[in-house]
Design a protein around this ligand. Structure first.
Ligand code: AMP
Length: 390
């Protein structure tokens, strides 16, 4: 099935066309500066996408479905859904939980409804895979009303990636995906780590928002919440300033001055102490989560590295694994430095836990889930029609 995968942000729209029968990526692009004079709105952005498709595929681009990356599915969505007006409203109503993302997704969905009203659209939620977390992992120890009245709980993100990588890791180990117990370290600009038990997510480091957990490019990850309240009480910073600092000025950037892992590693290699410290803190945070999740899953079969840093930085993988000797991890230093785009094992045969690198592909996962749902819905409609005729 030819699927248009859309990641609709407030000022940008990323897109890919995927052929799900072969897994091929046929085309990709990004429209930026939506809201500016040239591209006034998401409808205008979609006109540009259409022009690109027509230039590539001719008059009829042959699209059969659209799959949307949707950041927040709240408590309601535990799997992909076919989009209609009610679902679009539901995505919008989750705006308080994802103010930068969900309203922008709804704009993209509506623009497609107007341009291609017959094309089925599917929402694939970044939070959905984490709907299997047990309550003790998703509840915070705060007064109940914060949960019941304000929806304050751990939601987790990067779920589409964690699920995709988990299935491919199980395949690499030669075990069914519902028997896989492991830890997925998604280390990119945004970074999170997920504990998988029997193929399901049972804990994850991001929380109510994607700020919690690991040290990221510009995000702090875990900090004592009193840091914020104290600085506000003392009147030294406003809530908005602190929100911006923790999301945009912290992490690698806050300590080493750059959010780009390649630059930080290069500077550390030249002896820069701040860069070295940033790497040490970031790697230590990953190690702590791995130790905790190894216990949570009852003994991991594998630790899996993915995303920009996880897939490409042998140096960062080596730093993380060098602190995991206590749980029997043995990195194969030669396999670790070999470059490849394929899923692979980088631990020694006698390592107690396999160390894997599995490239993630969120667009492929969204396209596949979209095609499956659209095919299911078509089959269900056909069988209803058959029943009505008999
Ligand atoms: P992502 O958000 O998944 O695209 O990941 C972006 C991060 O991956 C940035 O910090 C990049 O510096 C990092 N990255 C990409 N390629 C490499 C590489 N070869 N070595 C180290 N870090 C890399």
């Amino acid at each position: 099935m030819r699927v248009l995968v859309i990641n609709s942000g407030s000022s940008s729209l990323k897109y890919q066309v995927r052929e799900t029968s072969t897994g091929e990526m046929l085309l990709s692009g990004v429209i930026e500066e939506i809201g500016s004079g040239d591209v006034p709105d998401h409808g205008a952005a979609l006109d540009l996408v259409e022009a690109h498709l027509q230039a590539e595929f001719g008059g009829d681009p042959g699209l059969e479905a659209v799959g949307h990356r949707v950041v927040h599915g709240g408590e309601r969505f535990s799997e992909p859904v076919l989009i209609d007006y009610e679902i679009t409203r539901a995505i919008e109503r989750l705006a308080p939980l994802a103010p930068l993302h969900n309203p922008a997704h709804a704009l993209g969905i509506r623009a497609i409804m107007r341009k291609w009203p017959k094309l089925p659209q599917v929402a694939v939620f970044d939070t959905a895979f984490h709907r299997t977390l047990p309550e003790h992992a998703w509840r915070y120890a705060v007064p109940n009303e914060l949960y019941t009245e304000h929806g304050v709980r751990r939601y987790g993100f990067h779920g589409t990636s964690a699920q995709y990588v988990s299935v491919h890791a199980a395949a690499l180990l030669g075990i069914p995906d519902d028997r896989f117990d492991g830890i997925i370290a998604h280390l990119g600009n945004g970074a999170s780590i997920t504990a998988i038990k029997g193929g399901r997510s049972i804990d994850t480091s991001m929380g109510y928002t994607p700020l919690a957990g690991l040290v990221m490019g510009t995000r702090s990850g875990d900090v004592d919440p009193s840091v914020l309240t104290q600085l506000m009480i003392r009147g030294e910073y406003t809530a908005e300033q602190l929100d911006s600092m923790l999301n945009k000025e912290s992490g690698l950037k806050g300590i080493a001055g750059s959010s780009d892992m390649r630059a930080v590693i290069a500077r550390a290699a030249e002896g820069d102490e701040e860069a070295e410290l940033a790497l040490t803190i970031a790697a230590y945070r990953v190690q702590k989560y791995i130790g905790g999740y190894h216990v949570a899953v009852g003994g991991a079969q594998a630790i899996v590295f993915t995303a920009g840093i996880g897939e490409n930085s042998w140096q960062f993988r080596e730093r993380v694994c060098s602190g995991l000797g206590a749980i029997g991890v043995k990195l194969d230093r030669i396999a670790n430095v070999e470059k490849s785009r394929e899923p692979r094992v980088i631990s020694t045969p006698d390592s107690a836990i396999a160390i894997l690198v599995v490239p993630t592909d969120e667009e492929a996962a969204i396209a596949t889930q979209t095609a499956e749902l659209v095919e299911e819905a078509a089959a269900a409609a056909e069988s209803l029609q058959d029943q009505a005729q008999t």
